[in-house]
Design a protein around this ligand. Sequence first.
Ligand SMILES: [Cu+2]
Length: 66
Amino acid sequence: MTTIKIKGMTCNHCVMAVTKALKGIGAIKNVKVDLQKGEATFDEADPVDMDTIREKIKKAGYEVES
Ligand SMILES: [Cu+2]
């Protein structure tokens, strides 16, 4: 299980957008986004490059904190 911090989420629409962005990456499963904590957790069926995740989140309009 991987947990990442995401900046810029303010409502459930943001949660949906981030969830969709992560689910769009084939190897990512079991996505859960926590609005209160500003975190996303997920499992990786195969290792996913953090840059790929960062890029997808950015395209959705949010930012991965590192
Ligand atoms: Cu929102």
